[in-house]
Design a protein around this ligand. Sequence first.
Ligand code: AGP
Length: 613
Amino acid sequence: MCGIIGYIGRQQALPIILDGLKNMEYRGYDSAGTIVATQTGIFAEKAVGKIAALGAKVGDPSKIIGSLAIGHTRWATHGGVTEQNAHPHADCGENLWLVHNGIVENHKELKKELIEVGHVFKSETDTEVLVHLIEEARKKHRELELEDVLRISLQKVRGTYGIAVMDRREPQKLIAARNFSPLLLGIGENEYFVASDVSAVIKYTRSIAYLNDGEIAVLTPEGFSVYDFDRNLQTKKLHEIEWSAEEAEKGGYSHFMLKEIFEEPEAIENSMRGRLFPETGEVRLAGLEKFRGILKNTRRILISACGTAYLAGVAGKYMLEEQVGIPAEADVASEFRYRKPVFCEGDLFLALSQSGETADTLAALREAVDKKIPALGIVNVVGSTLARETDAGMYQHIGPEIGVASTKAFTSQIALLTLLTLFLRQDRGMDAVESKRIADALAKIPDLMRRILEKSEYIKEIAKKYCKYENFLYLGRKYNMPVALEGALKLKEISYVHAEGYGAGEMKHGPIAMIDGNFPSVFIAPQDSVYEKMLSNIEEVRARKGPIIAVATEGDMRIRELADDVLYIPKTLELLTPLLTVVPLQLFAYYIGVLRGLDVDKPRNLAKSVTVE
Ligand code: AGP
């Protein structure tokens, strides 16, 4: 996610800004920038790449005299990785400067309106719309304070933001506003900070006030005030942060992996924002608009990816076949690229990749592109190779995934595959009532995930009970067969414990020979179309004294009779169950890895992106 830091006070601002940006590097970014209000005007600098590149362009920061400044690390969402797209962004007069976290959903229409009244845009970002909106509002309301002009401007915005704004003509004022994207105030001794997370300011102050959605803060060297959208003054509680700087980077979580598991509800919301409209069941995929013709004539979808992304693709295969009625294949990219696939008229290739740089997935994509097969991508990293080499696609918008083990990327990919399924149903005039039923259920998933996450302490207890076992068998059917493989992959890569993932129907064709009292089985058995089959499999393992952990639907008492331990998930539609059944398995693997004293964020032998074959 992008990083924001602003400063106003008695010290020179620029060294503090650069230091704060450096302390947010862990968040992942691809460019950075800063602006300082100086006695002679402004000092602005931006750079692609690391903070060190920005520092090199700045030179000695103590030579830039000014006590009001803002800085930003950008993780590209709209617009490529370029200096022009790096924040801060300025208005036409280069008086107003703004940094932003979040997504302006209606940026296209706002930009069109602003250009029509003469505004000139320099970047491809959605963010730049905000600073021109404020400039336009300022022209119309010269009598108003900057914070009031900002309030008027933000009323036109649909989407999410955490922003810091300054006007070089008012070097005694720093404004901040929040809607969905976290933003906090650091309260120092006659100096004040605004930041997207504690790690940026913890070196200077541990006294923090968190902004709520719809609040606007006004900071001056003398103090700060916070207002709601109706300009009512708000009293803010000050929190004393006890975290170490390192803990602050992880938002108070012990590891990035745990943080990213707990981010999953928000990640899904961000992936679906501006795309899913449950009130009508409509799905809008702007990135695929120009592709509608090809999608309409698509007769088979070939999904290819690696690791966890591949397993999301298997769930997508089931969904596309069951809900759209077209053939879909899911292949591990490292096999697809060598098995001489036969392509047909009407084929569509779909690559899934969090990093967008996985060598085998890129090779599989190029195999399809060479044969002139239309290619889509579902990718998290904007501007990545895969994003650039596919014809169209969807960005995941989940922020960087730092932990090597993929968690929020998996559930986000499944959510986006569900949106693609609904988009194809919509385009083919399929039963709108059923589509709306799926859309409604999908919109509820983030809150259902939150209910599972509330039980994390219980899952930790179950992990404690099983953390000494050296072998596990994970079993699931249909939509939860890939979840069985994903649960096993999580345990393998995080705790180095041997874990086999299998379709439960295959159990009697070999794996059951391994079962005894020292070989627990994890059954993913929600109440779905294959539930009864799963119960039979559980009975077969039970008869052989194998310990049993079941992931089951809340209220299911039958399975409680059969399993030694049950991890419950809320009820949802069968095709959406992977979004919920995977969460307890992610936590189970995480806690076992921690209990075994391992580095769960950086497991041995693994890289976050496998850019070599
Ligand atoms: C999963 O936890 C692993 N990190 C790995 O299997 C990963 O999913 C795979 O390498 C694919 O990465 P990508 O999504 O960046 O292409």
